[in-house]
Ligand binder design. Structure first.
Ligand SMILES: *Cc1c(COP(=O)(O)O)cnc(C)c1O
Length: 409
């Protein structure tokens, strides 16, 4: 029989959301009259904004007309979208990123998952705990980790993010070749400030390492001390790759469009010590394995940058952030310590009375009919924590908050 990639067998079961689904379904069946509200999943609830819908419709018409029909597009993405991104997200912030350093894709998840294949299987990886599972699992699949022992993989650097360090990844004592940073963070909602991000860029310069910077929640930043891009930090253009997405910014979770920035200045070396451009390697990878994002979708993404599009998406994001404040206030009233929710649509709470994450899940479901995500599902450091999201509608968020306020511990 054909042999498999044995590293897949090291993967820990990703039962988190299916276990939650089963428990919620069982509860609903036993309590059919109870209305369960989910503050669990990291998916948006509001529809695409009118400016985007209009652009999508116009692009559909173009595709149905022989004169304006388009077949395969450029693998790196259409120039019109890459230019709009370079101008609005970088040049407007005095960051010298140009359109040829931007790669359009169908998702930040796939890009951040695929990017590691450019590096040797020997490189040492550092990632946060709790963590967005994609960074971990893709490196397990690629064979960069050892075995799973006592809740963690060997041969991996875990950056523990705890209440003691304000859920901020600390610079490790040892050398890492690749560092995954997610800011604003899923699941903790914590965001690195300028000073903290500068220390990571300095570490990467000193160690000749590369930072893979996931800023899928950049649009949720409210505080001026939080950089919107890692390239706001001098020198980052030589050590960092940035992942961004229209998913949470503009409700594209089902429409699919994202982008990755690989500046020309980022260099990697081969076994002989000769240097290569990481941007050129990623271009080679994309042209070989990817055929681009639909023209229609890229026109929709372009409309996010129009004046109307910006005003409309800002209003939706503001609404989500108001939800976040409603949840934070309710937790405060209930006497529960909570974090995040300022620069991210996630609230990370400390379970009261030292409850385990899953025990708190049960209590919240039984007593408030509210669903959230047990923190331990994101890593060892998440035990005793719990994630709530601000992505539900204002009405249901308010109702969930009112129920949380009534909780007694
Ligand atoms: C939602 C999310 C993304 C976005 O993924 P897409 O594939 O673009 O939808 C990326 N990173 C993190 C941490 C996320 O939570």
């Amino acid at each position: 029989m054909t042999q498999i990639n044995a590293h897949y067998l090291k993967l820990q079961g990703s039962y988190l959301f299916s276990t939650i689904g089963k428990k919620v379904a069982a509860y609903k069946e036993a309590h059919p009259s109870q209305k369960v509200i989910s503050l669990g999943i990291g998916d948006v609830s509001q529809p695409l904004v009118p400016a985007v819908v209009k652009a999508l419709r116009a692009a559909v018409d173009e595709m149905g007309n022989a004169d304006t029909f388009r077949g395969y597009g450029p693998e790196q993405g259409y120039s019109f979208l890459r230019e709009a991104i370079a101008k609005a997200d970088y040049q407007a912030r005095n960051i010298a990123i140009d359109k040829d350093e931007i790669f359009i894709s169908d998702g930040a998840k796939s890009d951040v998952a695929n990017f590691q294949e450019l590096f040797s299987s020997q490189v040492k990886v550092a990632l946060q705990d709790p963590v967005y599972p994609v960074y971990l699992d893709t490196n397990v699949m690629a064979g960069r980790t050892g075995v799973f022992q006592e809740g963690r993989f060997t041969n991996l650097i875990y950056l523990s993010c705890t209440e003691e360090n304000n859920f901020m990844p600390q610079i490790p004592a040892e050398h890492a070749d690749i560092i995954y940073l997610c800011s604003p963070n899923n699941p903790t909602g914590a965001a690195l400030n300028r000073e903290q991000l500068t220390s990571w860029v300095k570490y990467a310069q000193a160690n000749e390492s590369i930072i893979l910077y996931d800023s899928a929640y950049e649009a949720y930043i409210t505080q001026p001390k939080i950089p919107h891009s890692i390239y706001e930090i001098a020198g980052a253009e030589k050590v960092a790759v940035e992942f961004r997405s229209f998913s949470k910014t503009a409700g594209f979770t089902g429409t699919r469009c994202a982008y990755t920035v690989v500046p020309r200045g980022v260099q990697v070396k081969d076994e002989q010590g000769s240097t290569h451009s990481l941007r050129d390697l990623w271009l080679r990878r994309q042209t070989t394995k990817f055929n681009g994002v639909p023209y229609i979708v890229q026109r929709g993404a372009e409309a996010v940058y129009s004046e109307k599009g910006q005003a409309q998406i800002r209003a939706v994001i503001l609404q989500y952030m108001q939800n976040a404040h409603i949840i934070l206030e309710a937790l405060k009233t209930a006497g529960i310590r909570a974090f995040g929710g300022e620069n991210a649509p996630y609230i990370w709470l400390k379970t009261p009375g030292g409850l385990k994450s899953w025990d708190f899940f049960e209590i919240l479901l039984e007593n408030a009919q509210v669903v959230g995500t047990p923190g331990v599902g994101f890593g060892q450091c998440g035990e005793g924590y719990f994630r709530l999201t601000a992505f539900n509608t204002p009405q249901l968020t308010q109702e969930a908050a009112a129920r949380i306020t009534q909780l007694k511990f």
